[in-house]
Structures are given as structure tokens and as C-alpha cells.
Write a protein that binds this ligand. Structure first.
Ligand SMILES: CC(C)(COP(=O)(O)OP(=O)(O)OC[C@H]1O[C@@H](n2cnc3c(N)ncnc32)[C@H](O)[C@@H]1OP(=O)(O)O)[C@@H](O)C(=O)NCCC(=O)NCCS
Length: 155
């Protein structure tokens, strides 16, 4: 398994993944693919030509604020889950974020992500990579459920 930065040739993967996860709006899926491959930065994990999964991060409030959000991550096929690929993606994503800030000569302060309380694999991965629960958001994505805001601080 190898990791690399996503590029516009990966559009189809992001469109299909979006449609599978968030419903059948083709226009929104196209926009999502543009954001993931051309505007923000995504890491894809692939085996030869097959993309296994992806993670995307974005600068928040301008680079000077040192604030980054990871806003999507998935291992597309169920048969590929639970094999450490998600963890590999997060490791590569953190390296990419850290190297990006070094190259731009700005200080990275905090990376954050929201994860549903029931998503134990996701929560496990981020905890393993140094994230902690900063706060929780009640009734946020689903009424009656909590989203945890996980953060990794560099200050
Ligand atoms: C979340 C997701 C990306 C995880 O990817 P993955 O490749 O399956 O995860 P990994 O195999 O790298 O690691 C999962 C970790 O959670 C643990 N885990 C898995 N299922 C678990 C469960 N039910 N309870 C507790 N821990 C669990 C694993 O043991 C592993 O921890 P370890 O490395 O200490 O052994 C994947 O399940 C996915 O694509 N889900 C759907 C999309 C999604 O939820 N995205 C949001 C992610 S924040």
C-alpha cells in the first residue's frame, strides 16, 4: 500500500465516495471532488491503480492562525477496514500538514476534527496519533448523539 497526494485525475474516486456516503446529489459530489483534489489537500492510499481510501485537510482562518481541520476520511470498501489503513492515512496526513507549514514558514498551532461518539475506529485512530477530546457538540449532526471535537496541539 502506498500514499500520495490526490490530483484531478482522482475525481471519479471522490465523486463515487461522496455519493455512497452522502446521497445522490451529483452536483454536490462534483464540487466535493473539486475541493478534495484541487482546492484543499487530500492524501490517497492506493494499491497500484486502486484507491483504497482518502483523507482531506483544510486551512482555517488563514495560514497565520495555524489552524487546520481534517474534514473527511474514509476507507471506501468494508473489506479494507480494520487493517490499519485508516491509521496509515492519518499518519501521512499529519506529515503532510506539518511539512506544509514548515515549507510555508508558518507555525502550525492546532489540528482538529469532529467525530461521532459511536465511531470507535475513528476515535481510536485519532487518539493513537496524539489527539484529545477538546469538547463535545450535543445534538449536532444527529439529535440525541454527540460529536466529539478532537484536537492535536502544537503550542
Ligand atoms: C473510520 C475508518 C476510516 C477507520 O479506518 P480503518 O482502516 O478501518 O481503521 P484502522 O484499521 O486503521 O484502525 C481502527 C482502530 O480502531 C480499532 N477498532 C476497530 N473497531 C473498533 C470497535 N468497534 N471498538 C473499538 N475499537 C475499534 C481497531 O482495533 C484499530 O485500533 P488499533 O490500531 O489500536 O488496533 C473506516 O472505518 C471508515 O472509512 N469508516 C466510514 C467513514 C467514517 O466513519 N469516516 C470518519 C472517520 S473519523
Amino acid at each position: 500500500m502506498q500514499a500520495r497526494l490526490a490530483n484531478p485525475n482522482d475525481r471519479d474516486y471522490f465523486i463515487k465516495d461522496y455519493l455512497k456516503r452522502y446521497g445522490q446529489d451529483k452536483e454536490l459530489a462534483e464540487k466535493h471532488a473539486t475541493v478534495c483534489t484541487e482546492i484543499d489537500r487530500s492524501i490517497v492510499l492506493h494499491k497500484e491503480d486502486e484507491i483504497i481510501g482518502s483523507v482531506t485537510w483544510s486551512i482555517r482562518e488563514g495560514i497565520e492562525a495555524g489552524l487546520v481541520v481534517i474534514f473527511q476520511m474514509s476507507i471506501a470498501k468494508k473489506e479494507h477496514r480494520g487493517k490499519g489503513y485508516g491509521s496509515q492515512l492519518v499518519k501521512k496526513c499529519l506529515e503532510d500538514i506539518e511539512n506544509f507549514y514548515i515549507a510555508k514558514n508558518f507555525h502550525l498551532r492546532r489540528i482538529f476534527i469532529t467525530i461521532n461518539e459511536t465511531n470507535l475506529p475513528g476515535r481510536n485512530i485519532y487518539k493513537k496519533h496524539g489527539f484529545y477530546i477538546l469538547t463535545d457538540l450535543k445534538d449536532h449532526r444527529v439529535v440525541g448523539e454527540k460529536e466529539f471535537v478532537y484536537a492535536k496541539d502544537y503550542f
